[in-house]
Design a protein around this ligand. Structure first.
Ligand code: NAX
Length: 345
């Protein structure tokens, strides 16, 4: 059994927090050989809900759970954290413009970035879930510099990735495990680009590119592209809205599941398998440097301050793909411009 890992969860009194905590305590995120210490960071209005979750965690009598602390003080909350799950964010209120939303969250993620730089363990990895996730991650990373390399921050697009895999698996009538190499590019928003160009699928009669399997399914390459453009892409990009419409509330358990997978893959490694995560661009695929943009990634796992997600380079994008990625990148550039000088030091 290894030393305990300290995990700080912000927004621990909220819905995703509630869906996450018990799975972490059960060892589903880091493995059943890793004891965990949980720090639940909330704002004053959320403290009682987080305290209630802490009582229930106690009632789970989880063998791996060493300690739970609930606080509304960021310095206490991030003290010694090895992993930070930044889920708490300011939701869009009635009549709130997107610019107001960006500014309100800049006021959260800038200070949290500073607190992370000052209080966490040297190998800290932070994933931002709270929306607008990519730009919140950019702000937190900027505020944590220079103490913490920007590469230690990521934003969650694994839910989008899973949604895309599930749609492909559904239409081809295979298990999601048979679909490999799909990529979600861009922003965690309706402009995202779920890309199947490099994906492969194991069909009962052999493995092949997803595009070939779709052409067989729809009776031709053109019909496959029509389905991708008119059904698949909008369905994946607007799935969050569909869930709200049907369920009457935003995605919670599927989001928590994606967080578990994102962190597990980053920490324990992907075994060379590609997945999608929003990471800081170094100019890969022409994405402007410094943007937190979803792209294909692998992780060798994390050991000390090494490892974590890195971009998979060299995959070809055709004209359609380039244009779709550019639309999402333009949105990220606009978000960055809107929050420049907000939230930093
Ligand atoms: P909830 O409103 O249920 O919970 C949010 C919690 O965060 C609340 O308890 C609130 O008190 C707390 N909070 C607010 N500001 C805080 C701060 N400064 N420090 C600590 N805690 C703070 O929302 P929930 O359904 O849990 O969703 C959380 C966030 O995830 C939202 O921003 C949501 O938009 C985002 N999502 C992101 C997804 C992704 O794929 N990246 C998908 C799911 C989800 O929509």
């Amino acid at each position: 059994v290894r030393d305990a890992t300290t995990i700080t969860l912000t927004g621990a009194g909220g819905q995703i927090g509630y869906a996450l905590l018990f799975r972490i305590a059960a060892g589903e995120m880091l493995g059943t050989d890793r004891p965990v210490r949980l720090r639940l960071l909330e704002i004053p209005q959320g403290l009682r809900a987080a305290e209630g979750a802490a009582l229930e965690l106690q009632d789970g009598a989880f063998p791996l759970l060493q300690d739970v602390e609930v606080t509304d003080d960021a310095r206490v909350g991030f003290d010694g954290a090895d992993i930070a799950l930044l889920v708490g964010a300011r939701p869009r209120g009635p009549g709130m413009e997107r610019a107001d939303l960006l500014a309100a969250n800049a006021g959260i993620f800038g200070p949290q970035g500073r607190a992370i730089a000052e209080a966490t363990a040297p190998g800290i990895r932070a994933v931002v879930v709270g929306n607008p996730a990519n730009t919140n991650a950019l702000l937190a990373a900027a505020a944590a510099a220079p103490e913490i390399p920007a590469e230690r921050f990521s934003a969650l697009t694994r839910l989008d990735h899973n949604r895309a895999v599930a749609q492909i698996a559904g239409v081809l009538e295979v298990s999601p495990a048979a679909v490999d190499g799909l990529i979600v590019w861009g922003n965690h928003s309706a402009t995202q680009f779920p890309d199947v160009a490099h994906a492969r699928v194991r069909m009962p009669d052999g493995e092949r590119p997803v595009l070939d399997a779709l052409a067989e399914r729809f009776g031709g390459v053109d019909a496959a592209h029509t389905w991708l453009d008119e059904t698949f892409l909008p369905r994946v990009a607007r799935r969050g809205a569909e869930i709200i419409e049907v369920r009457g509330s935003s995605s919670v358990a599927s989001a928590a599941h994606a967080v578990i997978q994102h962190v597990r893959d980053e920490q324990l490694g992907t075994d060379g398998r590609r997945t999608s995560a929003a990471i800081v661009s170094h100019g890969e695929y022409g994405i402007p440097e410094g943007l937190v943009c979803s792209m294909p990634v692998v992780s060798p796992g994390v050991s000390g301050s090494d490892g974590g997600y890195r971009a998979v380079e060299g995959l070809a994008l055709d004209d359609r793909g380039r244009a779709l990625l550019q639309t999402s990148v333009d949105e990220l550039v606009a978000e960055r411009a809107a929050v420049r000088d907000l939230g930093g030091r």
